[in-house]
Every structure is written in C-alpha cells, then in structure tokens.
Design a protein around this ligand. Structure first.
Ligand SMILES: [Fe+2]
Length: 400
C-alpha cells in the first residue's frame, strides 16, 4: 500500500501573542539601565547575578551606573549552575526581607530564570514547586529588568522559568506577569562569556526559532520572528562567534532576540524533550544537548511539514543538513558516545524524554518512546568534527 500523503501544513487560524517586554537592543544599550529602573519606579533595586558574570565585570558596571543615578543597589551573586527551587526560595526571601521593589538580572538564562521565579514567588508566597505547570504563578512581583550577558536564549522574553529540583529534575513555572518588564541586550556583554557557552547558547536560540516554526502552535506572528531569526543567525553565527566583529555581533543579537520572541509564543517541541534528559542526567549544557539531538530529530519532521522544513533556512532545502553543517563549522563535537553517555543507557533516556509531554504534544509528529530511542541511537553514532565535548564528568571520552 502506498504511504499516506502527509497532512498539508496549515497555520493555526486563532492565535495569541503575549505582551512583549520593552526592548533595548544593540551596542550601547547598557546605557538604558538607570533610566529603565527609574521608569519602573524602583527605589531599592536588587541586582542578581552569578560569580562568573561578576568576575567579567558587567554587574559592577551596571551597579556603578545606578549608584551614579542616585539609586542604592544591592548586588547578590548567588546564582549557581542548574539552580534549584531552594535557591529561588533563598532569593525570594532576600527580596522580601530587603524591601526590594525591583530586580535586575545580569547574566545568562539561569540567572534570568531564577530572578523571574524569585520575584514572582516573593509576591505569591509558598513554595515554587506548588506552582509547577502552566500559568499558575500569577502574582505581580517586583519588576524584573533582564540584562543578558550571553546571546539571548529566551529567558529574557518568556513568561516562564525553568528551574531544577534538588535531585536534578527540570520543571517550569509560568504566569502572565513573570516576563521581564525590560530587556537590555547589549552585544558587548556577550563577548566575555566563555566561547563554548556562547556557541551553545546561539545554537539553543537557533533551535528555538526552528522549533517554533515547525511546531503545532506556530502562528503568523511567530513565523515572522522565526524567519528573521534563522536568517540572521545562519548568516552571522560563524563570523560573530569566531571573530567577534561588531557588525556580526549586532546581527547575532538581533537574531537571538527574534528567536526568543518566537519561542515565547510558540514553545519548544521534540528537540527540547530529547535534550532535557541529557542535561539532567549527564550535565550536558542545555544548548549543547539540544544541538546533539537536533539533526536527527529534525530529519524526522520533514514529512509532516515539507514546505516549512525546506523553506526556512536561506539557500538550503534540507534543514537538518544545514544545521549539521553549521555545527561542524562551529567545531561542535557530535555523537553522544563522545559525551560519556553509555549506549545501554539510551532506553532510560528515551523513557525520561517521553515524560516531557507538553513539548512532545507541540510536535507535528507524535514520537513514541521507541522513536525517541531511535533518535538517541542515531545521535550516539553521529560523527562531526573532533571539537571539545563539554558537560559531564567523563566529558570528551568515548563511551561504550
Ligand atoms: Fe532552549
């Protein structure tokens, strides 16, 4: 019997776009911090960051501008990698006890996610886990101003935060008022982030745009952002990450912000479902985990949305091949075996991936556990350049 014709791709006929934060994007945007704090009527700002970002100097530079503007600011550099709900509780208490009426998050996605969740929790009370799910953390907390210091990856725009439990499970909280009020995205701040972090963040951002375009909840609104994002990132990623020219940096930041706007309104799909277990079990950074599984996962989406799959990447008709080529150009080591993932653990990873139902249901093709395993198997074998494998304890080692 002939294979069934894939369903024609149709855009959703009813869609909603969330209120976007005020955006200040481009070289020199940092100069808007003090004004933004004043407009938010914040008198006692708390600046939230992590030790690595503080060492790069940006938090103290921002604090200096606020002090100069007559705003006493407290700096808290307590965010850690894979921040847990307990850390959010700690920061939430700090906001409440210190009478802080505004939060400035200076750092990568983890810093911004923690700041958003803590600000919301400070108003809502209780424990963060009690708000797990969609649209449950709705209290109006102190306004958050996001100053991303890695290429933007969605946290600065979206109204949800992804946090880990003490045992490493990732969960999300969201609410109408959880998105930052203002985003200040100055590409100069991203230049001090470690090279691998920058690469992984850009790939994550690119995948946000791609997944938003291919997923079930794509809309005319998100399509505009997705197309703009892929165009910018595809053109600028290699020159921006390799040379750091100002023009390429500006183009890259533009693309990453556009991807964030797409993702905030269309959400992720199967690539993220496959990536999450690699981060929680093997500590492979989020963007790298997604990069590893994406080529094989995307390949399996072509039949469900052929026009979209073939028409998104400028000048290329095979989306998965185009992405794999970019990963190779950036020196991203591929193949799960090179990240210390044992082959016999792939079924357990597939079982875990299947638990991320909200993002799996947003995929145009419903992946069974066996099909998820099939992607992991193909990804385990994948070959690419001999770049650095980052993440877990056994990073970079071949696994059996
Ligand atoms: Fe992501």
């Amino acid at each position: 019997m002939a294979a069934a014709e894939p369903e024609p791709v149709t855009l959703t006929t009813r869609w909603t776009a969330q209120r976007a934060p005020e955006l200040h994007v481009g070289t020199g945007a940092l100069g808007y911090v003090a004004e933004s704090v004043a407009v938010a009527r914040t008198r006692r700002p708390l600046l939230v960051t992590d030790s690595g970002t503080r060492a790069a100097g940006w938090p103290d530079r921002v604090a200096g501008e606020l002090i100069e503007a007559g705003l006493p600011v407290t700096v808290w550099a307590g965010v850690r990698a894979n921040a847990s709900d307990l850390l959010v509780h700690e920061l939430s208490r700090l906001i409440t006890d210190g009478g802080h009426d505004g939060v400035i998050a200076v750092g990568g996605g983890s810093v911004i996610d923690v700041a958003k969740a803590a600000a919301g929790l400070a108003a809502a009370g209780g424990t963060l886990l009690s708000y797990e799910g969609v649209g449950l953390l709705n209290a109006v907390g102190p306004p958050v101003i996001a100053v991303p210091t890695t290429p933007c990856n969605g946290a600065e725009i979206s109204r949800h935060s992804v946090i880990a439990t003490a045992d490493g499970r990732r969960f999300s909280v969201s609410g109408h008022h959880l998105a930052p009020q203002v985003v200040i995205a100055d590409p100069r701040t991203t230049l001090t982030a470690p090279g691998q972090v920058r690469i992984d963040t850009v790939i994550d951002s690119l995948l946000h745009a791609i997944e938003a375009y291919l997923c079930r909840s794509a809309s005319p609104y998100t399509d505009v952002w997705s197309r703009s994002a892929v165009e910018s990132i595809a053109v600028s990623a290699v020159p921006a990450l390799a040379e750091g020219s100002a023009t390429a940096q500006a183009e890259l930041m533009k693309g990453c912000i556009a991807a964030s706007c797409a993702m905030a309104n269309a959400n992720a799909s199967v690539v993220h479902a496959l990536g999450y277990p690699l981060t929680s079990v093997y500590s492979i950074p989020h963007g790298r985990a997604n990069a590893l599984v994406a080529p094989e996962a995307l390949r399996r989406l072509e039949a469900a949305a052929p026009e979209r799959y073939r028409g998104l990447w400028p000048g290329r008709t095979d989306l998965a091949d185009a992405l794999a080529g970019l990963l190779d150009s950036l020196g991203v080591a591929r193949g799960l075996r090179r990240y210390g993932v044992p082959k016999d653990h792939l079924p357990e990873l597939a079982r875990r991936a299947e638990t991320y139902q909200p993002v799996l249901r947003n995929t145009r093709v419903l992946f069974s556990q066996e099909e998820l395993l099939d992607v992991y198997r193909a990804t385990w074998e994948a070959r690419g350049p001999a770049g650095a494998a980052t993440g877990p304890g056994p990073a970079g080692r071949e696994a059996a």
